[in-house]
Every structure is written in C-alpha cells, then in structure tokens.
Design a protein around this ligand. Sequence first.
Ligand SMILES: C[S@@+](CC[C@H](N)C(=O)[O-])C[C@H]1O[C@@H](n2cnc3c(N)ncnc32)[C@H](O)[C@@H]1O
Length: 234
Amino acid sequence: MTYNPPKASRRLYYEDVPAYMTEVYDWAYVNPDHARWLDRNIVVKTLLFGNDQRLMRAYLDKLRPGMRVWQVAHVYGDLVSRAARAVGEEGRFLLTDITPVQIEHGLAKLEHFPQAEVVRADAATFRARESFDLITSFFLLHEVPDDLKCRIVDNMLDQLPEGAEALFVDYHRPAAWQPIGWLLRGVNAWLEPFACALWKKEIRDYAREPERFVWEKRTIFGGVYQIVSVRHRD
Ligand SMILES: C[S@@+](CC[C@H](N)C(=O)[O-])C[C@H]1O[C@@H](n2cnc3c(N)ncnc32)[C@H](O)[C@@H]1O
C-alpha cells in the first residue's frame, strides 16, 4: 500500500532542504509524489543508458561481509538494500541523504537490515562517530554546486582511515566519438546545471590536498562515466 502523508505535513518535505535542491531538483528528490514515482530500478537503468548494473558492480563488488560502509547519498532502486545485504549483519551500512523524502525511502528499503542506519545529513558536513572501510559517492557530485563538490570530497577524504577506500562513481567528459555526449549536453543544459563541471575537472581537483592520496580513475561507456578509487598514499 502506498503511504500518503496528510497534506499539512507536506511542508516537512521542504524543511531545511538547501536551495539548489528545491530550485533545481525539486522534481526528482524533494517533491514526495515525484520521488515516490521515480524510485525504481527501471528509472536508474534509463537514466544511465543501461549501464546501471555495470556501474553498481564497480561499487558492490568491493563489498564483503563484515565491512563498514558509508554511502553519502541515497540512490533510486535497490542499490542501498543490495549494499546493506552484501556487508551482512556482521558489517555496517550507513546511508546519509539531505532530503526528507529520500530518507523516508532509504528507511523503508533498509528496515529489515539491522546492520543499516539512515541519517539525514549533508554529505559536506556530516561527521561520523565511527570509521569506515569504504566511503562511496554514487552519482552525487554532478548534482551539487562546485563549492559543495569540494566540501563533499574533502569531508569524505578527511574521514578516510589509512587502508580504507573512497569511491566516486559519476559522470565524466564523453569521448568525441560518443554520440550520447551530445544528448547529455542537452540534458545538462536543461536539467543538470552542475554536471558539466565534471567534464572539465578531475575529481581529484576538488580535493584540498590531492597529493596525500593515490587516485585511480577508469572510465566506461566512451568516457561518459568515471569510477575513481582513492586511498591514502603510503
Ligand atoms: C546520489 S544522487 C542520485 C543519483 C541517481 N539520479 C539516482 O538516484 O538513481 C541524488 C541524491 O543525493 C541527495 N543529495 C543531494 N545533495 C546532497 C548532500 N549535500 N548531501 C547528501 N545527499 C545529498 C539527494 O537528496 C538525492 O537523494
């Protein structure tokens, strides 16, 4: 059964949500009716041109029972429950997100996983009281303004223990031959004003002290997507 919140509580979905979310992404991640409709695997598959499983595997294949993982923002579909299942009850899966409706969806997906916790927080400022083996940003950076990209990258790296890994999966500059690049230029101009920055800058360029880390980047689908793994330099 679908949960329909009483009308008076709808304003709660907008409380303390940053302006870039209400002004640019209301249709996707703030408005509860839209988000409820969009939160499906088929939407993720469509948005990622069928590369969803490949991109998710880049993250999920790293997970082992007992691992402690922080995913800094929610994703439509079943990614968060798959990640929580992969670390098992002996592991830990922390999900943060900034909008109330995404928190509501995360809680519903993770309610049967005792290893999971969902916290409403800004990925740029959240301070964990524990340490992680893996900290993941899955398609968050392209959705936030550039100054916030810097703060999110730094906040993740500031909390990265020695031996642990930070993982960024996001958009990238498509190769000249990739026709999807032209389509994405249009989509970005229309709906995703902060995404093209990732075509011009490397994720490492957003870090305050990139030289302290080893950055390994690979791209897929003709450069449309990047998978960047970051570890402390020995
Ligand atoms: C990770 S992306 C989702 C990518 C993809 N479109 C999908 O869901 O399939 C969007 C999420 O980031 C969240 N978000 C945006 N800014 C945030 C921030 N500063 N801190 C934490 N979460 C944030 C949004 O509320 C939304 O749930």
